[in-house]
Design a protein around this ligand. Structure first.
Ligand code: CP
Ligand code: NVA
Length: 325
């Protein structure tokens, strides 16, 4: 892996090869590739803002399997394909034979004969991996219980836009460490040389293997990964403050217990006094005001959550273009 700053300064680095790859987790990509996707996203965003057509995926079709609810992922992928000159098909397991017991492998093989790319939002990460193993077309992870990589590409784009850089910044995440968004943030931060401090209550720390691997990556990129139970320590001098829902999709039965367990990890005005004065606040949304974040913070001057939501569109268009073009 090469250093991110070195790559940026060179500017002439060879274009990484993305075509035909899957996009399941950020660990599948090196630092150069992540920065390349961000550059592509900026260019596509600029074209779209100027109203310039950019039909790079003319005639291409994305199939989207959703086993969980979605607002942003569904709409941004669908609109993204349209803006790229292609088409997206929403596939609900309720309507697919998958919902009546057809295997993932047969579904992967059949869909590969019709469409050019698949996106899946599902529960077990192994389902997305199985789909990718049997598909002959790229498979993109639109959220599993373990990873949410397309979200974090949008987050990195948003931070880059607001802070002008990624390497050397300090991100603080307060709340459920053992969730998809946190894992992808840890992996993403490690890749781009950003420090990340995660504060979670006992029993909700991030996956140990993901953390260990990120610490190893961080040794190469200069990223420091800190996992703690202490929210004040984690947020101290942070450039970026992030949280996510305390109860992720599929864990609704634990919601009441989680409200109590996470009470000391709310992002509110008091704790944010410990962040840098110019910190930005991110949340992948949907948010629960009064739980993981107060309205004062998410609707306040430090919040960039709607830029972040918009950047889902631009980041995912870049990913689709690079995997398919
Ligand atoms: N952040 C995110 O993935 O939102 P949706 O669940 O609405 O897709
Ligand atoms: N961690 C949340 C993210 C939602 C986009 C969940 O899995 O429900």
């Amino acid at each position: 892996m090469s250093n991110v700053i070195k790559w940026n300064a060179m500017g002439t680095a060879l274009k990484p090869q993305f075509k035909g790859k899957d996009f399941l987790a950020l660990t599948d990509f090196n630092t150069d590739e992540i920065f390349y996707i961000l550059k592509e996203a900026q260019e596509l965003k600029s074209l779209q803002k100027q109203g310039k057509p950019h039909p790079y995926l003319s005639g291409k079709v994305l199939g989207m399997i959703f086993e969980k609810a979605s607002t942003r992922t569904r709409v941004s992928f669908e609109v993204g394909m349209l803006q790229l000159g292609g088409h997206a098909i929403f596939l609900s397991p309720k309507d697919l034979q998958l919902g009546r017991g057809e295997s993932i492998s047969d579904t992967a093989k059949v869909l590969s004969r019709y469409i050019d790319c698949m996106m899946i939002r599902t529960f077990s990460h192994s389902t997305a991996e199985e789909l990718a193993e049997h598909a002959t077309i790229p498979v993109v992870n639109g959220l599993t219980d373990i990873h949410h990589p397309v979200q974090v590409m949008a987050d990195l784009l948003t931070i880059q836009e607001h802070k002008g850089k990624l390497a050397g910044l300090k991100m603080c995440y307060l709340g459920d460490g053992n969730n998809n968004v946190t894992h992808s943030l840890i992996e993403g931060a490690a890749k781009v040389g950003m420090h990340i401090s995660v504060a979670s209550p006992p029993g909700y720390l991030p996956n140990g293997k993901i953390t260990e691997k990120a610490i190893e990556t961080g040794k190469l990129t200069g990223s420091k990964i800190t996992i703690t139970h202490n929210p004040v320590e984690a947020i101290k001098d942070a450039d970026i403050v992030v949280t996510d829902v305390w109860t992720s999709m599929g864990l609704e039965a634990e919601a009441e217990k989680r409200l109590k367990d996470f009470a000391a990890y709310q992002v509110n005005a008091e704790i944010c006094q410990h962040a840098k004065p110019d910190y930005i606040f991110l949340h992948c949304l949907p948010a629960h005001r009064g739980e993981e974040v107060t309205a004062e913070i998410i609707d306040g001057p430090h919040s960039v959550v709607f830029d972040e939501a918009e950047n889902r569109l631009h980041a995912q268009k870049a990913i689709l273009k690079l995997l398919l073009e």
